[in-house]
Structures are given as structure tokens and as C-alpha cells.
Design a binder for this molecule. Structure first.
Ligand code: ACO
Length: 335
């Protein structure tokens, strides 16, 4: 099937969060913080943390294994491109995606994509373009993150926020009326100094030093997030030819409950139409939306024909939002 006229859509999903859990009480024991501060400021109660010898590729593998458990061993047949969106690749090269290609013996191209937390939506957008142009038939788009390995555990303002996990989706041509209806991808590098981590370079263009660990100006990122969640969601809904009331389920990036609530209120959506997992997982960046989607699927909250609105923001600064109409493969819940 290589029908360039077909709209691309997600046809399978899998997700994984490592079993090790760190609660707010555990953090109280190692740093000057409190459960009360963390829950009221962020909504986070626990986060799942990768084992010492578990890295982003391992989390990515596990999410694909979950996809196979849900959809059967044949699900990866015909995958011709693997994209791993991550901020914490095992190595700068080889791409973590190449490790996935080898692990599942796929005859596919493979590359990593870095766009901070919106990376998985960027990967979906890339997959959509590959499929709808006819370049690819079936793309495996993964968001995988081992962020707890790069946070500074002595910096309470960031250490309490992040967790680890992964999610994987297959993107291919789907029949009407399903598929990815809009894709909004944006960036504003003038805010690069607000959220960053060193790789090879020494400093940012404005002279700000890149730290060894992730560094964030939380207050400024918060203001940016509230603003961009509003504008990007409004644009994504309009470009899909819909109005907010057509949205069956809002699945925002899980960074902070106050940011999620602000976005939901701007869209005038009732709480039951929003997926919240930040209490359980914290912010696991590119994994946050596929994990939240899997959580909603397993809870029976997604049905065929539902219009899902996803949105994310992060370092770059970057943002992304999309509306997708879910297909009849919704019943592929975790056994
Ligand atoms: N425990 C206790 N106190 C703390 C903690 C903590 N873990 N962290 C900070 N504080 C203190 C600060 O020191 C400050 O104390 P002071 O007033 O004596 O100076 C006080 O709490 C308030 O700090 P603020 O930073 O102003 O707190 P704020 O209400 O802004 O909440 C937070 C901070 C939660 C980080 C918020 O700004 C936020 O969520 N920002 C967005 C972050 C985000 O979503 N990032 C996503 C990045 S995604 C990616 O690309 C990786």
C-alpha cells in the first residue's frame, strides 16, 4: 500500500514506564522540598525512574514490545522508517532509532529527532509528511526519554519535575474520516537560554553558558507554556476545520497541572475531556503524550471517530499541536 492520496493516521500504539517509582516523600528525604510544595505547584505525586542500567533505547524497545503485545507480532511488518524523538539519546550517534531498527530487525531507515518535549508530535508530523508524500508506507514514531539521568539532583527546582518513559506509534495511510487532520509545529530560538543542556557547544548565542545538567528558568517557561498552549491548540483545531466543542479528548503535554488547567479553561472543555497523568509520571518529555494516550485507551476513554487534540511545549523554545481522528483500532487495550 503506497497510496500518497491517503491521509496518515496512527494505527497502533504502545507505551512503557519503568517500574521503579520515586514519590514526593522519597524526594523529601534527599532534598529541601515537600510533598505539599510539589503537588500544589505541579500536580506531580510520583515519577517512574529508569534503573541505573536502563537507557533511552531500552525504554524505546519496551514501548515497541507493548505495541506488539497490543496489536500482534505482525504489526511491524512493512515499517520502512523509524524515528525516535528524544532529548536523552544513548549517544549522539549512532541514533537511538538505529538501535530500534536492529533490535526488531526492520528493513527501514532510522534517525533521531530533537525538538525537546514536543519531539513526539514533531515525529508524528514528519511521519505524516513521509506517508502522505508516498516516501514511506509505515513509520514507527517513538518518544523515549531517560531524563532522570540528566537532571541535577541537587537542584530542587528541576529535579522534582521529571520522570522517564517511552511511547511508540505506527503511522500509515488510513481511510476517511480518520487520521491526522492538522499539524502545527513552531519554534522561537530567542528563548533558547530559558531551558537547555550542554552537548558539544560551549555557550548559547546570547552568551549564556550551557550547564552540564538541564537548566531551566521555570517561571519564564511557565508563562511561555500557558501562552503557546492556547495559541497552538486554537490553531490546530481551526486547521482541522473544527471548533473546540468537537474535541472529544484533550491530551496535553504532562508537565504541570496548572498549565494543563489553564489550557483546558481557555478551550472551555470540561475536566472529563482532559487526560491527566502528570500525577503518576511527572514530565517525561517526548514520552508524555503517547503514554497519556495509552493511559486513556486502557481506561476506555477513546472510541473510533473521536477527535483528539494533542499539544506540547518545551526547550528551543518549541511547540506543537495536532488534531487526530482516532480509528477503529481503539480497542487494542493492554491485555
Ligand atoms: N521544593 C520547595 N521549594 C521550591 C522547589 C521545590 N522543589 N523548587 C523551587 N522552590 C522554591 C523556590 O526556591 C522559590 O523560593 P523563593 O520564593 O524563596 O525564592 C519558590 O519555591 C517559588 O519558586 P518559583 O520558581 O517561582 O515557583 P513556581 O510557582 O514558578 O513553580 C515550577 C516552579 C513548578 C518549575 C513552574 O515554574 C513550572 O512548572 N514551570 C514550567 C516548567 C515546565 O513545564 N518545563 C517543561 C520543560 S519541558 C522540556 O523541554 C524538558
Amino acid at each position: 500500500m503506497n497510496d500518497a492520496r491517503k491521509r496518515a493516521g496512527i494505527t497502533a500504539l504502545g507505551a512503557y514506564a519503568p517500574p521503579k517509582i520515586v514519590t514526593n516523600a522519597d524526594l523529601e528525604a534527599i532534598m529541601d522540598t515537600s510533598d505539599e510544595w510539589i503537588t500544589t505547584r505541579t500536580g506531580i505525586r510520583r515519577r517512574h525512574v529508569a534503573a541505573d542500567d536502563e537507557f533511552t533505547s531500552d525504554l524505546a524497545f519496551r514501548s515497541v514490545e507493548d505495541l506488539l503485545r497490543r496489536h500482534g507480532d505482525h504489526a511491524l511488518n512493512g515499517v520502512d522508517m523509524v524515528i525516535v524523538a528524544t532529548n536523552t539519546p544513548d549517544a549522539l550517534f549512532p541514533a537511538t532509532a538505529a538501535l530500534v531498527q536492529e533490535r526488531f530487525k526492520l528493513r527501514a531507515g532510522a534517525f533521531d529527532l530533537l525538538a525537546a518535549c514536543p519531539g513526539w508530535i514533531y515525529a508524528l508530523g514528519t511521519a505524516k509528511a513521509f506517508v502522505e508524500s508516498g516516501q514511506c508506507n509505515k513509520v514507527l514514531a517513538i518518544g523515549a526519554e531517560a531524563l532522570t539521568k540528566v537532571v541535577d539532583w541537587e537542584d530542587r527546582s528541576t529535579a522534582v519535575l521529571f520522570g522517564d518513559g517511552a511511547g511508540a506509534a505506527l503511522v500509515e495511510g488510513v481511510p476517511e474520516p480518520y487520521g491526522i487532520k492538522s499539524m502545527v509545529l513552531g519554534a522561537d530560538g530567542s528563548g533558547a537560554h530559558l531551558l537547555h543542556m550542554r552537548a558539544i557547544g560551549r555557550c548559547l548565542p546570547n552568551g549564556a553558558e550551557l550547564g552540564k545538567h538541564m537548566t531551566m528558568n521555570g517561571r519564564e517557561v511557565f508563562k511561555f507554556a500557558v501562552r503557546v498552549m492556547d495559541t497552538a491548540t486554537v490553531q490546530a483545531v481551526a486547521e482541522a476545520g473544527l471548533v473546540p466543542d468537537d474535541i472529544s479528548l484533550f491530551v496535553p503535554h504532562q508537565a504541570n497541572l496548572r498549565i494543563i488547567d489553564a489550557a483546558r479553561e481557555r478551550l472551555r472543555l470540561p475536566p472529563e475531556r482532559v487526560v491527566v497523568t502528570v500525577d503518576e509520571y511527572g514530565n517525561n518529555s517526548t514520552a508524555s503524550i503517547p503514554l497519556a494516550l495509552a493511559h486513556a485507551l486502557d481506561g476506555g476513554r477513546i472510541a473510533p471517530g473521536d477527535n483528539l487534540l494533542i499539544v506540547s511545549f518545551g526547550g528551543g523554545l518549541t511547540w506543537a499541536a495536532s488534531v487526530l481522528t482516532w480509528g477503529p483500532w481503539a480497542e487494542a487495550r493492554r491485555a
